[in-house]
Design a protein around this ligand. Structure first.
Ligand SMILES: [Zn+2]
Ligand SMILES: [Zn+2]
Length: 320
C-alpha cells in the first residue's frame, strides 16, 4: 500500500490500468470467456427493507463479470445493487453483463423476486427528537416511512415538550446527502438548510438508525454543512435530527442511506484492499469506486487469476 500511495500521491485525473497479481500467472492476453449463467440471486425481499442483489457469474473465469441491475417489472427502485421495493408483490429484475456473451454482445438474465409484506416485519422505531409545525409536535419513525407517534398540540410557547417557540427563527432542514456507494464506505454527510444556523455544531445533530455511527467536527458556515461520520460496520438508513435553541427546525429529522464496505467487492469477486498494482492497459467500462473514495475504477476484467483495472484518480483526500 505504501508503494501505491507513494507512486500515486499528487496524481490527478490520470487514467491508469492496473494489474492485480493474485498469483504468478502473468498471462496478460487471454482468450475471451463468455458468461453462461448467473446463479444465487435472492428470490425474496421484504417491502420497505433494502435488499442487496448478488449473483454468482458462471463460469468463474468469464472475461466480464460485472452485473448491472435494473427493474423491468414491478414497483421497485434499484441504486447500484441495492433493491428497494416499497410494497408487497412481484418484481422482475434484469442482470446485464456488458460484453458478457461476446465482445459487443451483452449477457442478460431476468429474475423474479417475491416481495413479502413489510407490515408484518417492520417495527417502527421512533426518533427520540421532536418534529413539529406551528401547532403540533410528534416523533417520526427513523425509517422515514411517514409513521408518527405522540402527535399532540404544543403545550405552551415555548412548548414544554418539544421546545417550539413561535418567536424563534424558522429554518427548514432542506436535505441531507451522503457520499459513498455499495463499494465505498460513507465518510461525509452534507446537510443543507434554508438559512445558516448561528453556532450550529455536531452536538446539535442527533444520528440514529445505524449502530456505531460517531460524528466528527461539523464543517461549513451554512446554509450547507458537512459532517464526517465513522465507526459503523454496516450500512443502512440513517436518521438525522437537528435542533438548535432559538431556531424552529422544520422538516427534521431526515433520512439518508449510508454505506459500508471492508474491501474491494464485485459480484462473485472480493479483493482485499491495499494490494500493490502494476500499470497495464485499459479494459472496459463499468463504474465502481475504490474504498477510500479517492480512486474510481471505471472498468475491470479478469483473465485467469489476473485482474485488470481501469482506474481514475479523482481527488487527493490528504491520506499519507
Ligand atoms: Zn417505520
Ligand atoms: Zn410542542
Amino acid at each position: 500500500m505504501k508503494t501505491k500511495r507513494t507512486i500515486l500521491c499528487g496524481v490527478f485525473a490520470v487514467i491508469l490500468a492496473l494489474t492485480f497479481t493474485a498469483c504468478d500467472d502473468g498471462s496478460g492476453g487471454g482468450t475471451f470467456v463468455a458468461v453462461t449463467n448467473i446463479t444465487g440471486v435472492p428470490a425474496t425481499a421484504t417491502a420497505g427493507t433494502v435488499l442487496t442483489l448478488t449473483g454468482t457469474v458462471e463460469p468463474a473465469r468469464a472475461t466480464n463479470k460485472t452485473i448491472v441491475w435494473s427493474v423491468i417489472s414491478g414497483s421497485a427502485a434499484i441504486s447500484g445493487n441495492i433493491l428497494n421495493a416499497p410494497a408487497a408483490g412481484t418484481v422482475i429484475v434484469r442482470a446485464t453483463i456488458t460484453n458478457g456473451t461476446a465482445r459487443g454482445t451483452n449477457y442478460t438474465k431476468d429474475f423474479i423476486i417475491t416481495v413479502n409484506g413489510g407490515g408484518n416485519t417492520h417495527t417502527h422505531t421512533y426518533s427520540t427528537t421532536w418534529s413539529y409545525d406551528a401547532t403540533q409536535h410528534w416523533k417520526e419513525c427513523t425509517a422515514n416511512d411517514g409513521a408518527k407517534t405522540d402527535v399532540a398540540n404544543h403545550t405552551g410557547d415555548p412548548c414544554n415538550d418539544c421546545g417550539y417557540d413561535s418567536t424563534a427563527t424558522p429554518v427548514t432542514f432542506s436535505s441531507v446527502t451522503a457520499n459513498g456507494s455499495s463499494t465505498a464506505t460513507t465518510t461525509t454527510l452534507t446537510l443543507t438548510f434554508s438559512d445558516a444556523i448561528a453556532g450550529l455544531s455536531a452536538n446539535d445533530i442527533a444520528l440514529s438508525g445505524v449502530a456505531g455511527v460517531s460524528k466528527g467536527t461539523l464543517g461549513g458556515t451554512g446554509p450547507t454543512y458537512t459532517l464526517p461520520i465513522s465507526g459503523f460496520t454496516a450500512g443502512g438508513t440513517l436518521s438525522v435530527a437537528v435542533s438548535k435553541t432559538g431556531y424552529n427546525l422544520r422538516d427534521s429529522p431526515k433520512s439518508v442511506t449510508i454505506y459500508y464496505t471492508d474491501g474491494w467487492t464485485w459480484t462473485g469477486i472480493t479483493i482485499p484492499p491495499y494490494y500493490n498494482f502494476q500499470v497495464d492497459s485499459a479494459i472496459n467500462s463499468n463504474a465502481i469506486a475504490y474504498g477510500d473514495g479517492t480512486w474510481v475504477a471505471v472498468g475491470y476484467s479478469q483473465y485467469d487469476d489476473v485482474y485488470f483495472f481501469t482506474m481514475v484518480y479523482s481527488a487527493d483526500n490528504g491520506e499519507t
